[in-house]
Design a binder for this molecule. Structure first.
Ligand code: ASP
Length: 588
């Protein structure tokens, strides 16, 4: 046996027993004739003692060990004189009598401790060492627990876990595909699944009734803190259900997870907010409800009631009331103005108003409005003395709302209102079925082309598709879209119509999705589903800022794995076998 105990389990009650431990040298300290070594494994730290007086030779060997040597020791558990309250094994130490160096270590590029790291690049290059740090490992343990809980929960609800292939064809989630050349079919490519969407729908046609999979998905998109080119979904599909059946079941799953993992009780019924309401009140389809500062629309109050042409010409004027910030200095207000004018946000300017202690209003647009108008505005916000009102306007209502949303989140952040230990979950429902793509100059499916239109809106499909609501829903927590899904179209004619509106010719629809269109001709059951982003969910539960920290081997912002040095060029021989030529001469 390599070890009889782990480094996390010995207590006072073990004093006097002889144990064998194995692990890594966290650090060692020489004090007079004694050497103390902290030995680390996955379960904790245990202090080893080497005493020159007892065994000089052993002590000398111990003194030669560097950080991260992998060793095996045997010794007697003994009560520690100066106890360490910070670790579970802090009452005891091991009086070592044998040492076996299993494997030496180079000096690691950073010390393996919770609060030290060598910066992102070094951490990622030596990720296997980074994963030795307990803070990082804990995230992986949490992820493991979540997947076990999810599997057991879904199993208890009769879901069957089915694996679907990775080498498939294009899937319809609207991102760019990752493609893989086929050697056996020269000139042809597989696409990696953006999600198992079509396959899980086929499983419903097969009568599986309830499917789930903890599925790898691949999307070639620009990366952000909460995006990776490959990520994991808890992907689910159900037959013979309506929207409430789906929402209730997955709300129960969320409740179960929050309770088990964080000890948090979600409300008995989660709020459902329509997409329109979310946009109007928060400028976002994933509102962060941990704090207020809801939007107040000011068109009635500020448009046409003064000489300020910017508001008079705007399609939208609205703002937020930031409690207690009327003492913001000129400089702080300038910083906020620069914030909203940044290219990612794109507002033209920021109007502010401060509510003075005597209730009067001082504003950057004072000179254009009577004090009555400014008072009306104050009333609209129900603003108190000491509050700061921030107003944006623009010629496109939803664009301006999105800008105001960025400002609201920024103010929430500044005031410390985005508390990582608070969880506010809700469903967003009634998404628009289509959204206009400026890039493609056409309507695109907001969710995906198989999403069921709201039956009440089907008559609008021909004339006003932009007004059609979808039977689609997102699960949102703390301003993050954690999951999303929809009822699906299971009827051929309606699906054909969808493809037509989306600009597919019948031939293209058939070549891309013919298998599904055909499958639906064989008694397709009504079905619905959703998928949760596992990485995002784990990172919320763990209170992390980036999903990278809950992925064992993540990629960096340029989509590189710096440890494996991937992607990389391939051998000429491989290219020849694939009958491919690389031509980098063309400009991007
Ligand atoms: N396939 C969808 C997605 O990845 C989820 C779903 O509709 O079930 O967003």
């Amino acid at each position: 046996m390599y070890r009889t105990k782990t480094c996390g389990e010995l207590r006072l009650s073990d004093v006097g027993t002889v144990v064998t431990l194995a692990g890594w040298v966290q650090r060692s300290r020489k004090m007079g004739g004694m050497t103390f070594v902290d030995l680390r494994d996955r379960y904790g730290l245990t202090q080893l003692v080497f005493n020159e007086e007892i065994d000089k030779n052993l002590c000398e060997r111990a003194n030669k060990m560097g950080r991260e040597f992998c060793i095996q020791v045997t010794g007697t558990v003994s009560e520690r004189q100066s106890k360490n309250k910070n670790i579970d094994t802090g009452d005891i130490e091991i009086i070592t009598n044998s040492l076996n160096v299993l494997s030496e270590s180079l000096t690691p590029p950073f010390t393996i401790e919770d609060n030290t790291d060598g910066g992102d690049d070094i951490r990622m290059k030596y990720r296997y060492l980074d994963l030795r740090r307990p803070v990082v490992r804990k995230n992986m343990e949490l992820r493991h627990r979540m997947t076990i809980l999810i599997r057991n929960f879904l199993d208890s609800k009769a879901f069957i876990e089915v694996e679907t292939p990775i080498l498939i064809g294009s899937t319809p989630e609207g991102a760019r595909d990752f493609v893989v050349p086929s050697r056996m079919n020269p000139g042809q490519f597989y696409a990696l699944p953006q999600s198992p969407q079509t396959l899980k729908q086929l499983l419903m046609v097969s009568g599986f009734d309830r499917y789930f999979q903890i599925a790898k998905c691949f999307r070639d998109e620009d990366l952000r803190a909460d995006r990776q080119p490959e990520f994991t979904q808890v992907d689910c599909e159900m037959s013979f259900v309506d929207q409430d059946d789906v929402l209730n079941l997955f709300e129960d799953m969320a409740r179960h997870l929050f309770k088990e993992i964080r000890g948090v009780d979600l409300p008995a019924k989660l709020q459902q907010m329509t997409w329109h309401e979310a946009m109007r009140r928060f400028g976002s389809d994933k509102p962060d409800l941990r704090f207020g500062m809801e939007f107040v629309e000011l068109m009635d109050i500020l448009k046409g009631t003064g000489e300020f042409s910017v508001f008079n010409e705007a399609a939208y004027v609205g703002g937020i009331c930031v409690p207690g910030c009327a003492n913001y200095t000129r400089k702080q207000l300038d910083t906020l103005t620069e914030f909203v004018k940044r290219s990612q946000i794109g507002a033209k300017g920021l109007v502010w108003a401060k509510v003075n202690e005597d209730g009067t209003v001082k504003s950057s647009v004072d000179k254009f409005y009577s004090s009555d108008v400014l008072q009306n505005m104050k009333e609209a916000f129900k603003a108190n003395p000491g509050d700061l009102i921030l107003i944006l306007s623009g010629d496109n209502a939803n664009k301006t709302r999105i800008q105001l949303c960025a400002l609201r989140l920024e103010m929430g952040e500044r005031l410390g209102l985005r508390d990582k230990n608070k969880f506010e979950c809700l469903w967003i429902i009634d998404f628009p079925l289509f959204e206009w793509s400026e890039e493609e100059q056409r309507l695109m499916a907001t969710h995906h082309p198989f999403t069921m239109p709201n039956p009440d809106d089907i008559p609008l499909l021909d004339e006003h598709p932009e007004n059609v609501r979808a039977k689609a829903y997102d699960f949102v927590c703390n301003g993050i879209e954690v999951g999303g899904g929809s009822l699906r179209i299971h009827e051929g004619q309606l699906q054909e119509k969808m493809f037509k509106i989306l600009g597919f010719t019948p031939e293209r629809a058939m070549s891309q999705f013919g298998f599904l269109i055909n499958a639906f001709k064989y008694g397709a059951p009504p079905h619905a589903g959703l998928a949760f982003g596992l990485d995002r969910w784990v990172s919320i539960m763990a209170g992390l800022d980036s999903i990278r920290d809950c992925i064992a081997f993540p990629k960096n912002n340029s989509g590189r794995d710096v440890m494996l040095d991937a992607p990389s060029e391939i051998d000429k021989k491989q290219l020849d076998e694939l009958q491919l030529k690389v031509d980098l001469s063309q400009e991007k």
